[in-house]
Design a protein around this ligand. Structure first.
Ligand SMILES: *Cc1c(COP(=O)(O)O)cnc(C)c1O
Length: 224
């Protein structure tokens, strides 16, 4: 007998792979034993939203896990995850990007980053508007950040049952991604990743062209 989570994982993994995307298991607040169980089933990408929690878990789990930072990251926390983090999805300011570059230099690595873009109707605190992201990509400073690799965009759709709205928002991000990809392709910018889709809306995100879906509750159970 397979456990329910095993069935969910393998079905989800197959569905995500069929779309040419990658599954990031969002394990925030969940105990290490639960991450280990999914690791044993084959999951290698885990997402956390707090630097300290990521560090603590990384110390206790296998070294070949790819750790994804998906939550707002304060500049003074970058140093904790800089030695090992695989991808920071939630870059929301140039100031943060400068700090990631500084820490990447210290550890002699170029850290993968995504720009978080506002696409939802709600007034979210963090992230760039499309115009702000364009200004950042046009600005000359990026070229001097040798320890950052800007590899894509991340967005969260409005939390709503209105699937047409969710689709519209994801599609808008996809169009922005395509437009940026055709215009900006010199180091450190190399846009290949589009991080969108969570437990409630990932099927739409996959249809619209997501390359990274961030799934928490569906894999790990509801958070308390
Ligand atoms: C918590 C979280 C997720 C996962 O949410 P679920 O609805 O549990 O799948 C995805 N992305 C971000 C940025 C999150 O904070």
């Amino acid at each position: 007998m397979q456990s329910p989570s095993q069935t969910t994982f393998s079905h989800l993994q197959a569905e995500v792979e069929r779309h040419g995307a990658r599954l990031v298991g969002v394990s925030k607040t969940k105990p290490v034993a639960q991450l280990q169980t999914l690791y044993d089933q084959g999951l290698r990408d885990f997402g956390e939203n707090k630097a300290q929690e990521m560090v603590t878990k990384a110390q206790q789990l296998p070294a070949d896990i790819r750790w994804h930072m998906i939550g707002h990251l304060q500049t003074n926390k970058v140093k904790y995850i800089a030695p090992f983090v695989h991808l920071i999805h939630s870059v929301d300011s140039l100031k943060l990007l400068r700090e990631i570059d500084k820490q990447g230099r210290k550890y002699d690595r170029a850290i993968g980053c995504l720009l978080q873009i506002h696409i939802a109707e709600e007034d979210t605190k963090f992230g760039f508007s499309p115009d702000e992201a364009e200004a950042l990509l046009l600005g000359g400073e990026l070229a001097s950040l040798h320890h950052v690799r800007l590899v894509g965009l991340m967005g969260m759709a409005t939390f709503t049952k209105d699937t047409a709205q969710v689709r519209r928002e994801f599609h808008g991000l996809r169009l922005l991604f395509d437009a940026f990809r055709s215009r900006f392709q010199s180091p450190p910018v190399q846009l290949t990743e589009l991080s969108m889709g969570m437990s409630g809306d990932y099927p739409i995100a996959l249809e619209v062209g997501s390359t990274l879906v961030r799934i928490g509750s569906l894999l790990f159970g509801e958070r308390s």
